[in-house]
Design a protein around this ligand. Structure first.
Ligand code: GLU
Length: 420
């Protein structure tokens, strides 16, 4: 199944489901089925051993109907064209559901950052930025971090683009280091948004926050900050995992100690972490734990036809992009599991990216408190709107989110009409 999995088919199916309920014709949604632009680039790099290696990369703009394309750059060995297309389209609908003035785009380079030296990673980043430079820019397409990239990479992208232009261009990327105009709170923003969303869904379902069990798959930027914030809110984080596998403790894990261990060295993995009373589990076992809340915060297609019927959580908050394949949605729904969709729950990152871009354009800087408050003021009403439409139309929250997002994108397209 893994070989035939095409996440872009997931996107098309979800959009079609929403379009049918909205009463849109095939013609109304025809244009949003196709990414507007796809660029594939070869990235020759002189490796540390003196050999030349060519990496492959993509930048795909799914839509610019509502504003510049917006979305991250993924550095991962599994990057491929269909994945980047899907990730770009998810950005379009994510920006639409939280109503920020962007379309959607995504980029990726097929590489394993853990196996590269810092110099090699910088060389890939610079050459990739130069290769996609005709497409990006503060008014055109604005990259940001995603799996395998971070603020340091964004700093190199910003520098490369600025060198090519001959002047400093802050707004070309978001998620930059604070010294280069990065927004305070951007690093934590996706996890903070997931925390707000988790609290919102628990509240709607009358589940207390204090002591409620939660398992988090993935301890990258999003998973680790989500685990940290939910632990601080009083939830009991009983399991976490990374590529090396997971750990489980019924009484709740020592999340600050885990994060401290992982952040000491980027090569540290959970497999080397020790704590009294922990049981080692696999990533698959983590997904099937009997917990109240499950938060997949790793990659796509983690819950699919092969394991959907074994999921025991009552609530799934999607922190990764596309962690549940379409084929699993119906099974989870039949089992009475509430799924809060990625385009809503992980939108905190791009919302604060938007705040960063707004600050860059105006040459102002907001405090972290202001950023966090403004983020909550976008995330909470967006959640409420999705909840309400799903109740009204008797749909899942995913379809509810797409009802809002697809309508905004289609109406923007209609208002612009087709050129020429
Ligand atoms: N990569 C993040 C996402 O998938 C953030 C994108 C951005 O800030 O532009 O939402």
């Amino acid at each position: 199944m893994a070989n035939t999995y095409n996440p872009y088919d997931n996107v098309l199916k979800t959009v079609k489901d929403a379009a049918d309920i909205l009463g849109y014709s095939e013609s109304d949604i025809e244009a949003i089925k196709y990414p507007e632009r796809e660029l594939k680039v070869a990235i020759p790099v002189c490796m540390d051993d003196g050999t030349t290696h060519v990496f492959e990369g993509y930048r795909i703009q799914h839509s610019t109907s509502r504003g510049p394309a917006k979305g991250g750059i993924r550095f991962h060995p599994a990057v491929n064209e269909n994945e980047v297309k899907a990730l770009a389209a998810w950005m379009t609908f994510k920006c639409a559901v939280v109503n920020i003035p962007y379309g959607g785009g995504k980029g990726g380079v097929i590489c394993d950052p853990n196996k590269l030296s810092e110099r090699e990673l910088r060389a890939i980043t610079r050459r990739f930025t130069a290769a996609i430079a005709p497409l990006i820019g503060p008014d055109q397409d604005i990259p940001a971090p995603d799996v395998g990239s971070n603020a340091t990479v964004m700093g190199w992208m910003m520098d490369t683009y600025s060198m090519l232009k001959g002047h400093c261009v802050h707004g070309v990327v978001t998620g930059k280091p604070i010294e280069l105009g990065g927004a305070l709170g951007r690093n934590e923003a996706t996890g903070r948004g997931v925390m707000f969303t988790t609290k919102n869904i628990l509240n709607k379902l009358n589940v207390p926050i204090q002591g409620t069990t939660v398992a988090v798959q993935g301890m990258g930027n999003v998973g680790s900050i989500t685990a940290k914030l939910l632990n601080e809110e009083g939830m009991k984080v009983v399991a976490v995992s990374d590529v090396s596998g997971g750990i489980y403790k019924a009484d709740g894990l020592n999340i600050p100690a885990i994060i401290d261990y992982l952040s000491k060295d980027r090569k540290n993995l959970l497999t080397g972490y020790e704590e009294d009373g922990i049981t080692r589990i696999t990533n698959e076992e983590l997904l099937e734990l009997d917990v109240k809340v499950l938060i997949p915060a790793a990659l796509e297609n983690q819950i699919n036809a092969s394991n959907a019927d074994r999921i025991k959580a009552d609530i799934i908050v999607e922190a990764a992009n596309g962690p549940i394949a379409s084929e699993a949605d119906a099974t989870l729904n039949q089992k009475g599991i509430t799924v809060v969709p990625d385009i809503l729950s992980n939108a905190g990152g791009v919302v604060v990216s938007y705040f960063e871009w707004v600050q860059n354009i105006q040459s102002v800087s907001w405090t972290e408190k202001e950023v966090n408050e403004k983020l909550k003021n976008i995330m909470d009403p967006a959640f409420e709107a999705v909840w309400n439409i799903a109740q009204k139309e008797h749909t899942t929250l995913r379809t509810g989110a797409y009802l809002i997002a697809v309508k905004r994108v289609v109406e923007a397209k209609k208002a612009r009409a087709i050129w020429p």
